[in-house]
Structures are given as C-alpha cells and as structure tokens.
Design a protein around this ligand. Structure first.
Ligand SMILES: *[C@@H]1O[C@H](CO)[C@@H](O)[C@H](O)[C@H]1NC(C)=O
Length: 316
C-alpha cells in the first residue's frame, strides 16, 4: 500500500469517525475527589483553587470529600470560580450536614454538578444508627438520586463514602446495607458507590476481603481496579479511591475502559509539592455512554465495512 493511499485512508477514517459522532459525542463524566481538608486555607491559595476548578469542571458531577468548611466560605468561593470558568456550563451543588463521630473533626459530602446535564431528584442521609444496629459509619453516606437525560441509563443513585481508615473493611461492607435501604426506598437497581474507601494497602487486607459483601457479591462491579494508584505521593501506590456499580443495566451503560484515576499533577505539569497543596489524592472518574447501546453496536460494524470497501476501491 502506497503512502498517499495510506494517508487518504487515515483521512477517510477521521471523517467517518466525525460523521458517526464517535468524537462529537460528549461523554457524561462522574468523578470523586478527596480534597484532603478543603476549607479556608486552601481557598486562600489562588493556584490551588484554579487547579481544583480545572479538575471539577471536567466532570458532569463530582463528589467532593473532606470538605471541612466550618464558616461556609470556601465552598461558595469555589462555586463562584467554577461558574466564571467556563461559559458553557453552570454548576450547582448539594451538601450533606457535617458528619463525624467527634465534634472536633467533621466532614461534609458535597456533590457539584452541571445544571445543564444533571438534575438531583432525591436526597437521603443514611441515619447514624438504625434500631438494633451498630454505628457502622464514621461518615454516613449522603445519598442522592440523579436524572441525567443525555445518558443511556437516564436515572441513577450515587452512594458516597469516605471511610475512616481504621474501620475501612467494616464500613465498605456496610455499604451493602445502604444499598438495600436505598433500593427499597427508591425502587431502583441503578446504584453507584464512589469515594475514598481506603480500599487498599494496609486498610483493606487481602484476608479480610472475602467477608466484604460489596466484593464477594458479583452483582457489584468494581470499576477502578486494585492495581491502580490513586495517591499523589510518589512514595505510595494504593487504590484507595474507588467506583463500584450495581447491576447489569448500569454496567452496560459504562463507557468501556473509562474508569480511571485522573493524574492531575501529570496533566497540569505540577511538581509533587504543588500537587500536594491541592490534595494527596487523585480524583477518580468514569464515563457513561450517551446513546442506546444498540445504536452503537450497529454503527461500528457498518463503519468497518465501509472502510474495507473504501480500502479496496482506493488501493486497487
Ligand atoms: C470504628 O468502629 C467502632 C465500632 O463502631 C467505633 O467505636 C470506633 O470509633 C471506630 N473508629 C473510628 C476511627 O471511627
């Protein structure tokens, strides 16, 4: 095959990819980010805020964890910056109350979302203790129900969790009980768990995993695998931050291979020190497919057939 023939084929391929909307289709991205003590001190660092805005504005919805904004000033500041960053999108948020066993150390879960693509249609704060139950979580999930009309799945539930490292195994296991409660309440199977589970290294030892229902029940799919690193420090490699989906329909609505940590220090060329000013975690993310799965499975074989015909025609 001559080189001009080859370049024509490449051009054709690019045109076709464009025509079939493979590149044009905008992904719906869900992210989870542990901001490592987000409050006034970070809000007073313009570079840190700028990086946060860049990271969060990539996503249709982001779960922020470790929001420790006692005076409720840092979060509004972040929202203002987000809303003046990109003219294409407006952002809003929903936040849990301050959660934690000790009054001296509390955190909020915050979901920041694009108002154009996301509607929050329900909120549910998992209770501190249920009758006859132990106090399972340090920070009980603040569960939301989301409508996202542009995604194939349309509507789903997000269960956030930032475990306390010392009790990570038990807390991850207890997410199963949250799932049962939420499924009963909202009659839906489409549930995603996300956040800093501390689900690796010393906090979730291999020998304990067989007792964790979210791991040994195969209806739950762990999208961020064990081998990845979600930590910023070069000296650590742990998959603490995870995304887990329940059910076949939700699993099918996931863009293949899209679940991964977002290595913001590398993307934005930050030194380790600059990155650690932002957080000691990467954000993690996953994309949902937009169209119906059927449309895609038809268009790709067609695309291939067309290319083969074009190849035979041009190169003969
Ligand atoms: C771990 O769980 C136990 C039992 O629920 C609780 O008493 C303890 O405070 C928890 N530890 C942390 C660090 O949250």
């Amino acid at each position: 095959m001559g080189s001009s023939c080859f370049s024509m084929l490449v051009l054709l391929l690019l045109l076709l990819l464009g025509a079939f909307g493979v590149w044009g289709a905008s992904d719906f991205r869900i992210c989870a980010f542990n901001l490592q003590g987000f409050g006034e001190s970070k809000a007073n660092k313009p570079k840190v805020m700028h990086t946060l805005v860049r990271i969060i504005s990539r996503c249709d919805i982001t779960l922020l964890q470790e929001v420790r904004d006692n005076k409720m000033k840092a979060l509004p500041q972040l929202m203002n910056l987000l809303n003046s960053y990109d003219d294409n999108y407006m952002y809003d948020f929903v936040a849990s109350k301050r959660l934690g066993r000790s009054p001296a150390y509390q955190e909020q879960y915050v979901f920041v979302y694009r108002t154009e693509t996301v509607q929050v249609t329900g909120q549910y704060q998992y209770p501190d203790t249920l009758p006859g139950d132990i106090d399972a979580f340090s920070r009980e999930p603040f569960v939301i129900r989301v409508k996202a009309p542009k995604t194939a799945i349309k509507e789903f539930v997000l269960i956030p969790q930032h475990t306390s490292p010392a009790n990570a195994t038990k807390e991850i296991d207890s997410l199963y009980d949250v799932f049962v409660a939420v499924r009963g309440m909202w009659k839906t199977e489409n549930v995603m768990f996300l956040g800093d589970f501390n689900a690796d290294c010393g906090y979730l030892p291999k020998k304990h995993r067989k007792n964790v229902r979210l791991i040994n029940d195969h209806r739950f799919v762990w999208l961020i695998p064990e081998k990845v690193d979600t930590t910023v420090r070069e000296s650590t490699s742990c998959a603490y931050d995870r995304i887990v989906v329940h059910g076949e329909a939700f699993t099918r609505a996931i863009e293949p291979l899209s679940a991964k940590p977002f290595n913001f220090p590398k993307e934005y060329r930050l030194t380790e020190e600059q990155a650690l000013d932002v957080s000691d975690h990467y954000s993690v993310e996953v994309c949902l497919t937009s169209g119906s799965p059927r449309q895609q499975s038809v268009s790709f074989p067609l695309l291939l057939l067309f290319l083969l015909l074009a190849c035979a025609f041009i190169c003969s």
